[in-house]
Design a protein around this ligand. Sequence first.
Ligand code: BGC
Length: 763
Amino acid sequence: MISYKQNITITLILFFIMSYSYAQNTTHKVLDKSTEHKIDSLLSIMTIEEKVGQMNQLNGFWDATGPVPKEGSAETKYEDLKNGWVGAMLNVRGVKQVKALQKVAVEQTRLGIPLLFGYDVIHGYKTISPIPLAEASSWDLEIIEKSASIAAAEASSSGINWTFAPMVDISRDPRWGRVMEGAGEDPFLGSKIAIARVNGFQGTNLKATNTIAACAKHFAAYGFVESGKEYNSVDIGSSTLHNIVLPPFKAAVDTNVKTVMNSFNELNGIPVTASSYLQRDILKDQWNFNGFVVSDWASINELINWGIAKNKKEAAEIASKAGSDMDMEGSVYIKELSELVRNGIVPESIVDDAARRILRVKFELGLFDDPYKYCNLDNEKSTIYNPKYQEQVLDIAKKSIVLLKNENSILPLKKEKQHIAIIGPLANDKNSPLGSWRLASDDHSAVSVLEGMQEYTGNKLTFSKGVDLITEPTRFIKEVKINTIDTSGFSDAIEIAKIADVVVMVLGEHGYQSGEARSRTELNLPGLQQKLLEAIFKVNQNIVLVLNNGRPLAIPWAAANVPAIVEAWQLGSQTGNAVAQVLYGDYNPSGKLPITFPRHVGQIPIYYNYKNTGRPSNNNNNVFWSHYIDSSNSPLYPFGYGLSYTTFEYSNFNINGSTFKINDTIKVSVDITNTGICKGKEVVQLYIRDMVGSISRPVKELKGFELVDLKKGETKTVHFTLDKTQLGYFNNDGAFVVEPGDFKVFVGGNSLTSLEIKFELID
Ligand code: BGC
């Protein structure tokens, strides 16, 4: 008779042999039969505790990215690991550390199932790319994919096999600090960027050692938290959910993203962690997602604070039934779920399904072939900070900059015989440009704007910070302390400004003023920076304002008075070089805003794809129309907006007919000419308006864009196609409908474009 232990050994040997022959290509959505057989055999020998163990993710012993629970010392975590009660870790990094823990899982547990190691690799690991919102400003899908692949290469060389990225939350509220992590306000652009990022992280071969599993987060509607306040309620209707919020998630799932993270918010009264409508009905059933859902940090426990569960037991029951497969650092599943299954409260099939999904990702990553595949010290050494990545992130950074204003051609700067005064608290900062969410990066490792400018030696440069933005050094988990009192540096700055030809002022937000839990009620230049700007303006109006920020800012005074404004966001490791190369014209800026800039915080939410309303204008010259009495309705800078050192002209806007059937493909073309002084790139944007719908339709919706490179004087024709997938929309029942009727199609260089053609769609 074969003993229990021998039986396990034989089964394990069998599936390990089979796993060697497992097909390499994991990018298709059809389940691989041999993998499913291996999972079957593994599940058949797992105890309930071991299956629940797969659903448990523990934080490592440093780098907390959320409130750390009081229970759960290092010793208990090791005990859980050895028992096989842990399926994944987070915040463990470096080959040595990862290997040590993986060894415990593989060599000391009964079944030797390898661990996943998750980490927030959001915009780089050690070499830091621009913040995601900045990258989205490039509208350049190739470099966005490249950025994610660099991040994956560095992180994977350091033992990590799973990133909690991309964040694909659409948001219309810049008060919410996490807009820096996303792609802005538009679902079409957001979907394209979601695809690029998933492809960048996961590559074409997930079993390679330089690709990692991606995670589309935060599912769903987190970007719509009430009044922009973190971790809050969301109350939106079906149309906004299906047409605005969900498309980037669907795009990520269709790109075979391996995991999805749920979100901290509630949606229409149900905390998302408890929402089987979102997690089961939409994600797993309708979209056929076969990866797994990880909770956000302890979001299962938070069901108690939401008043949805009375205790941890109930929280575990509700979340598991709703389809939250893995419990991130909450330890609720590991404590409660096995008993709930034994007592028949949670069906074992729920635990089986969750464990299967998690094991599937482990197989797809090739961890059963080689659990130490990401643990090569030599590779780690040669990959981290590889100089080629600095070159690449510099390229990405330049392309992420948006030129907002350039009067009297103050830019580009002359390269010789000028006195340039560089002023501002962020000008010589090497830390803040790394932005938020750059956990593994080395502090103060960015090239500052001052350092970048010093690379150009033909001019005389002087520097004064003018004022401090923050009063003490800050870290990811700390509140940022802003200087609102000390103006003692103003006089030095005024002195150098008085005698300069041009003043470059580097102002904005500290890198840690945006990101998680960094909601703001104001969108001005924080602290004393506005005062400094106005004081300098009094003595020298030749100002180039370089903004460093993680969200749109409301800066009406600067927009009205300062002749040149450059939106440089937080551009990562190569910030200073990228800014200097743009200011000096060695790179002609080509970025376009992926999110609207308001004039005033009171306009929020403000976005380009708004509804016309019943009273869109003041035709009768009276007060009764949809507007403010103390501000214009229009944004300071609209979605899709950005200037260049050259100019572009659109002509020959054509469509291949005036009436189309629902199944037709409509062809639209436009000529674009570079009419200015130098070569340049333009993002040609295509919008539609469905004039009459069974529910009201937005005044414009982006449905296509192309980044066009043009020599001076050159003309190119840009072609777009439109079909029912772009002309339809989700109605209030969540059904996709294409309705006959009149449409307008627009092209241009930003969302305010009025270059339009009409057509009719018929049955
Ligand atoms: C954030 C997630 C992040 C997780 C792990 C949470 O607080 O909301 O985006 O991935 O922490 O660090």
